[in-house]
Design a protein around this ligand. Structure first.
Ligand SMILES: Cc1cc2nc3c(=O)[nH]c(=O)nc-3n(C[C@H](O)[C@H](O)[C@H](O)COP(=O)(O)OP(=O)(O)OC[C@H]3O[C@@H](n4cnc5c(N)ncnc54)[C@H](O)[C@@H]3O)c2cc1C
Length: 220
C-alpha cells in the first residue's frame, strides 16, 4: 500500500459548461478509502475517486487569541459556509458518478461502496453526505495576502514586503490573494524562487511594473 504515490491519477473539470475554467479537481486513489489521507479509513482493494473544490467562496480566518505572543492563534477554516461551495460539490459529485458509469471504467466496477447508490440519491442526500464527510486536502492560503496598501485586507506588496513595516517579507503560500485553482506546493516554490530574486536584487523579469512582476512567475 505505501509503495503507491496514493493520488496516482486525476483531472480538472468544469461542473457546468458555462464556466470559463475548471472548478473541481478529481483525485484517483488505487484503494478504497473513506476519507482522503486517513490511512485507518482504507477499506481494502478497489479504487476511490474524490471531488475537490478548486475555488471555494467560503473564507476562513486566523486571529490572535490575546496579546500574549506565546498564545496559539485561533484558526477557523469556515468550510462550506457559502451555499455556492456546496452546489459545486453536489455538481462535482454527480459528474463523478457519471464518469464512473461510463465505459470503459464502468466495466471494472462491481458496486459503489461509499456512500453507496441506494444510500445517497437525491441532491439533498448528496448535500448531507458532503456535510458529514468533506475534509481538507491541506491547501490553506491567503492569510497574508498580497495587494495594494489601500486594500485593508492586504498584508504584503507585490515584492512580498509587509505594508508599513521595513525589512520584513512574508514568503509562503499565505501571500496568495486567492487560492490557485490547483495544488499549492509548486506555486509555493515559485513564490520562494521569486522572493529570492527580489532579495538578491536579480529580478530579471521585472519590467518596471511591480504589479506584473509576480504574475510572470506564478504563470510558470
Ligand atoms: C498532508 C499534506 C499533503 C499535501 N499534499 C500536497 C500535494 O500532494 N501537492 C501539493 O501541491 N501540495 C500539497 N500540500 C500542500 C503544500 O505542502 C503546501 O501548500 C506548501 O508546503 C506550502 O508551503 P509554505 O512554504 O507556505 O509552508 P510550509 O511548507 O508549511 O513551510 C513552513 C515552514 O516554516 C517552518 N516554521 C513554522 N514555524 C516556524 C517558526 N516559528 N520558526 C521557524 N520556522 C518555522 C515549518 O517548519 C516549515 O518548514 C500538502 C500539505 C499537507 C499538510
Amino acid at each position: 500500500m505505501l509503495t503507491s504515490t496514493f493520488a496516482e491519477g486525476g483531472g480538472f473539470a468544469k461542473t457546468r459548461p458555462e464556466k470559463d475554467i475548471p472548478d473541481i479537481q478529481f483525485h484517483f486513489y488505487p484503494s478504497k478509502i473513506k476519507r482522503q489521507m486517513e490511512l485507518n479509513s482504507i477499506l481494502g482493494h478497489g479504487f476511490s475517486l474524490q471531488t475537490c473544490l478548486l475555488r471555494p467562496k467560503s473564507r476562513g480566518s486566523v486571529t490572535l487569541k490575546d496579546a500574549n505572543p506565546d498564545s496559539k492563534v485561533l484558526i477557523d477554516p469556515n468550510y462550506l459556509a457559502e451555499e455556492e461551495d456546496i452546489q459545486v460539490f453536489v455538481d462535482g459529485f454527480k459528474l463523478m458518478r457519471k464518469i464512473l458509469n461510463t465505459a470503459p471504467i464502468r466495466d471494472h466496477i462491481k458496486e459503489e461502496i461509499n456512500p453507496g447508490k441506494n444510500a445517497v440519491q437525491t441532491d439533498e442526500d448528496i448535500r448531507d453526505f458532503i456535510r458529514d464527510n468533506a475534509t481538507t486536502i491541506f491547501h490553506p492560503t491567503g492569510t497574508c495576502r498580497m495587494g495594494p496598501s489601500e486594500d485593508r485586507e492586504a498584508v504584503v506588496d507585490s515584492k512580498l514586503r509587509v505594508h508599513g513595516i521595513q525589512g520584513l517579507r512574508v514568503v509562503d503560500a499565505s501571500i496568495m490573494p486567492e487560492i490557485v485553482g490547483a495544488n499549492t506546493n509548486v506555486p509555493a516554490i515559485a513564490i520562494g524562487e521569486r522572493a529570492s530574486s527580489f532579495i538578491l536584487g536579480v529580478d530579471e523579469t521585472n519590467n518596471g511594473d511591480d504589479d506584473n512582476a509576480f504574475v510572470a512567475t506564478a504563470a510558470l
